[in-house]
Design a protein around this ligand. Structure first.
Ligand code: SPD
Length: 355
């Protein structure tokens, strides 16, 4: 009897393995990992025509997935079995991934187009020497607002958001570091604060903002602001640029108290299965003409000086391309470590529940 049960369990196991292998092969439609690259990127952050052009140029097939925050991306990458070849995290996330041994060093000899990156965006503190990462887009966090809906008023300071005339008018980007950071910035504290009393104080300050908050959302905020369903947004500069292009009645300001300056870079995770293809993709994106096409589509600020030559006047708008005299005064998020990040996430979740 025991033998029969053992044989039955064994047969079942073999059947499961066969089903898994067949499904996996089907999903790859005849491609082996050398013919495929898998890319994991923020939503709305790559021109789909460039994926087609890359496939055409290299013969590689691209599998493309998106995320909405660095935290969601890091959680997914921590799962066994994730085999992305290319990922596009922000500064502090790159620092953490590096520390945790999750990245492989880039082979600069395969990335000749790195020469088109403005030196200002190379060798930054989160990845000295660009050992693990190549610049993609950069920007700030600030206030996009619609003076026409607000009796001609203009914004200068984070404190303006707390004005009681703005009831139910503000949309916030759905991101923990950004929104807890807004509370910290408004109190004059660092965006990298780790003192729990100050963090609680920042959450308390945010609670006072609740009557003015209409929504806390991801990429949907662009449509809401373009369609004038709200008058104010706390958004990344690149989203503001896209919103203003669609609805020139809006404006964007970097608040006077300061804010976050951020850099999204391309990396190759240690679990990548097509490292050569990943380098091919990175160099393709760094090509000035491709970077210009991508910048035009995505609307964010490019660090690629070669690309700016194809983009008339784009780099001249100081709201989206502030010079070093401004960015040097802004703060970069530091890698605060796993447990402090959990504190930021928890405080942000609680804030969302107050609404
Ligand atoms: N929809 C694309 C959003 C990309 C934003 N990256 C900014 C990260 C700042 N930490």
């Amino acid at each position: 009897m025991k033998k029969v049960v053992q044989m039955f369990v064994g047969a079942l196991l073999v059947a499961f393995i066969l089903i898994y292998i067949t499904a996996h092969i089907d999903s790859l439609q005849g491609y082996s990992s050398a013919d495929i690259i898998t890319i994991y990127n923020w939503g709305d952050y790559l021109d789909p025509d460039l994926i087609a052009a890359f496939e055409e140029e290299t013969g590689l097939k691209v599998i493309y997935q998106t995320f909405e925050s660095n935290e969601a991306m890091m959680t997914k990458l921590a799962h066994k079995g994730s085999t992305f070849d290319v990922v596009i995290p922000s500064d502090y996330a790159i620092n953490r991934m590096k520390e945790e041994g999750l990245l492989i060093p880039l082979d600069h000899s395969l990335l000749p187009n790195l020469e088109y990156i403005d030196p200002r965006f190379l060798d930054l503190p989160f990845d000295e020497g660009n050992k693990y990462s190549a610049p993609y887009f950069w920007g700030t966090l600030g206030i996009v607002y619609n003076p026409e809906l607000l009796g001609g008023r203009h914004f200068e300071s984070w404190h303006d958001l707390w004005d009681e005339s703005l009831e139910n008018e503000i949309i916030l980007v759905d991101s923990a570091r950004e929104i807890i950071g807004l509370g910290l910035n408004a109190l004059g504290y660092s965006l990298n604060e780790t003192n729990i009393d100050r963090l609680m104080e920042a959450q308390g300050k945010l609670k006072e903002l609740v009557p003015n908050v209409k929504a806390i959302v991801g990429d949907e905020l662009k449509v809401l602001l373009v369609n004038e369903e709200a008058a104010v947004g706390v958004v990344w500069s690149g989203d503001a640029a896209g919103i203003i292009e669609e609805n020139p009645r809006l404006d964007y300001v970097i608040p006077m108290e300061g804010t976050n300056v951020w850099f999204d870079n391309i990396v190759i995770p240690r679990t990548a299965t097509n490292v050569l293809g990943a380098h091919q993709f990175i160099d393709f994106i760094l090509d000035p003409e491709n970077a210009a096409v991508n910048t035009d589509y995505v609307g964010y600020s490019t660090p690629n000086v070669g690309a700016l030559e194809f983009l008339d006047e784009v780099g001249e708008d100081e709201r989206f391309y502030p010079g070093p005299e401004i960015t040097d005064k802004l703060e970069l998020y530091e890698n605060l470590g796993k447990s402090m990040l959990a504190v930021y996430n928890e405080l942000f979740l609680e804030f969302k529940m107050f609404r």
